[in-house]
Design a protein around this ligand. Sequence first.
Ligand SMILES: Cc1cc2nc3c(=O)[nH]c(=O)nc-3n(C[C@H](O)[C@H](O)[C@H](O)COP(=O)(O)O)c2cc1C
Length: 284
Amino acid sequence: MINKWKRLVYPALIFVLLFSLSACGNTRNGTTEESPVHVSEQSSTNEETNSMSDGSGISSQPANQSSKDSITDVKDVNETPKSRILVIYFSRTGEQYTVGVIDHGNTAIVAEMIAEKTGADLFEILPEEDHYPKTYKELTDVAKKEQNDKARPAYAGDLPDLSNYDTVFIGAPVWWGDWPMIMYTFFEKNADVLAGKTLVPFATHEGSGLSGFDRKLAAVCPKAAVAKGLAATGTECQKDRESVRVKIDGWLADLGVRESLASAASRNTESSVGDDDADDDDDD
Ligand SMILES: Cc1cc2nc3c(=O)[nH]c(=O)nc-3n(C[C@H](O)[C@H](O)[C@H](O)COP(=O)(O)O)c2cc1C
């Protein structure tokens, strides 16, 4: 009887022990040697945030802490940007931490919710060559090497014309306690055109929170205003979208995004009044 009990309980104890080790590990710089994921969420503070007022209606207020319709084609976005707000993001499908194999990236889910709620244009940053493995462990190895090498992986194709936007929401998964290196490629290439704009960071993660995304963004784009960011876990993106929606609503309200939407709406109304050349054929 005791032997039977041991056969049942010991494997369960070993599983719990192994899982705890992979989640916690030895912490270094907010990450671990063995696993990039650690469990104590650190939220970003306003002091870390480089805030400026640019009249966009978005301020750096404390935040609470996201239907893939379509990702707009760059050409369409540049010819008829429908908003002064852009949501730009990087995200991966495949095997992800704790949520298994996913076909809709966690950060993509948040990005799409933000775009839906703000009426923003939406753009996904894709690697020029998709060298990122679809299995979690292999992906963490590639990401760690890129971080160690301070790599600047190229992204594919053309970006939307960033000069069309006042406010740019920028999101990515936390990779080893930091933005994925491909995001630094984007920041460094576009720091000049992002100057004077309001940048709003958002992250998905599994325990590290925003991981200083705002502070790191402000450092690499020093002439932009960086507003308070939002962090959501990949698990809630996959399993509890309603709570992510609620978070995003509170955050957007704190940021005053409705105000900027209202002014964008009035701008659109003004420009369409008496616009005899308005072309209705574009709605197809
Ligand atoms: C390479 C890699 C590194 C990661 N590093 C961290 C980390 O340091 N802290 C954390 O909380 N989560 C970490 N995660 C978990 C991801 O941030 C999380 O699963 C995220 O939601 C994935 O988003 P995506 O589906 O948009 O790519 C890591 C995941 C990967 C693949």
